[in-house]
Design a protein around this ligand. Sequence first.
Ligand code: GLC
Ligand code: CA
Length: 554
Amino acid sequence: MEKKWWKEAVVYQIYPRSFMDSNGDGIGDLQGIISRLDYLKELGVDVVWLSPVYQSPNDDNGYDISDYQAIMEEFGTMEDFDRMLQGMHERGIKLVMDLVVNHTSDEHPWFVESRSSKDNPYRDYYFWREGKDGKEPNNWASCFSGSAWKYDKTTDMYFLHLFSAKQPDLNWDNPRVRQDVFSMMNWWCEKGIDGFRMDVISMISKKPGLPDGQMFPGMVYANPGCINGPHVHEYLQEMNREVLSRYDLMTVGECAGVTIEEAKKYASADGKELNMVFQFEHVELDEGKFGKWTDRRVDLKELKQTMSKWQTQLEGRAWNSLFFGNHDQPRSLSRFGCDAPEYRVDCAKMLATCLHMMQGTPYIYQGEELGMTNCPFDSLDEVRDIESLNAFKELTGMGVITEADMMRYINLRGRDTSRTPMQWDGSRNAGFTAGTPWIKVNPNYTQINAEAEMADRDSVFHYYKKLISLRKREKVIVYGSYRLLEPDSESLYVYTRTLGDEKLLVICNFTENETAYEMPEEFAGGMVLIGNCRREGLEKEISLAPYEALVIKV
Ligand code: GLC
Ligand code: CA
């Protein structure tokens, strides 16, 4: 397998609004990030993926961009950005920027022009359509509830927005749109950034004619089916020629709805498009009738099957991104494990082991390295996320979910569960801000915070540090091939990694029960590479403690 720096890297995701506030306005900012770069250096991560910091009216916390070449005022200035980038590079940390180009803000000058008249040169930068019988042009749903079309009286037409009405979709079939996006990307590359995480990039090519989606009973709007559209690979190959291939970048596509076959194109080992994709199958396993709005828990056997499919089928052909959480997902510990105080530390380490020993580039979402948990919201007033707020209104309004249930689901699965401020120390507001935070701070910060964990050798933080440094030392963790053992076990996730004559056995107990396991012969007499419980010697038959993780090397 070809060696690449981005295969050997560990990525840390910063959600800037909630990372560190430097000036007391309650909102994280670039100076705040600068003040915590030594923390990232100490943790040992190689790359930062920074969620959007561009100028934005913040309808969707920066994922609605009104100027791609300016910094959001609340976050600082371009000088702050340059200083931050320099500070990262001085510490050997690379910077991957969020690229949000499926849509812009409705306040972006392109859209302001576009909406102004039917013959404006920017008209065709977006999708404008006539209504049909006084209704929307087609039956597509927005990902944030309701129709994907908004009526605009200036020209008596509708425009398309697969996300909020303040996020109109760009028309990638227009070559001028592509050129403008590529030149903006080149501008950032010339500044010295090290890569892009591409927001919902699998949706940029819409089906010709924008045909109605299939309706099912009970649905008001249909799934637009805009994923992996007809020209998406052509456009990414063009982007690769015009931008990506000119620099030494790391690129990762956020590819909701990607299949193995599609991933092999997006992240093909021949380097024609992107380096890797985020696939979402493992975070969709616990969906229910109303999608993510449910209290269903993931089944371990299904999780193993799904992860293993991606591990084995991409090997040698594409490259995996490894993640259990991000700013759109609940806290991984609360979702896949157990955040009860007695198990929290062991379970967070176990989940980290399970993920970081796999083949692919691991992503740590801010606070995951502390074992942060879902934040409990007492009422809807405390919720900020547009997706949760819209879904609450829609689903309780239709009478299909009660308000109490919906609030419960928001606490389990809403995006704000993981967007609360980073917990730096035990002082007021977890040391995040001297003012009033823009969103609630998880009240458990007095127990769970970076300062306490850095001082405790047995903390989740120190365990992550060790996992990250192991990946640098042991090539088998990066390049070894993966094989699932014990597929039918309902308690244990066991797999091996093999590179030449080096072999790892990874054993993770996903339950709070002691669980017996008989090791394959070849691993008896191996050495413990890392684990979250103290072990004296290794018998062939072992009993795993609740949420124990153990990695054995021969
Ligand atoms: C991606 C982002 C999410 C955002 C959406 C629209 O899924 O991760 O936060 O709301 O795209 O840009
Ligand atoms: Ca601030």
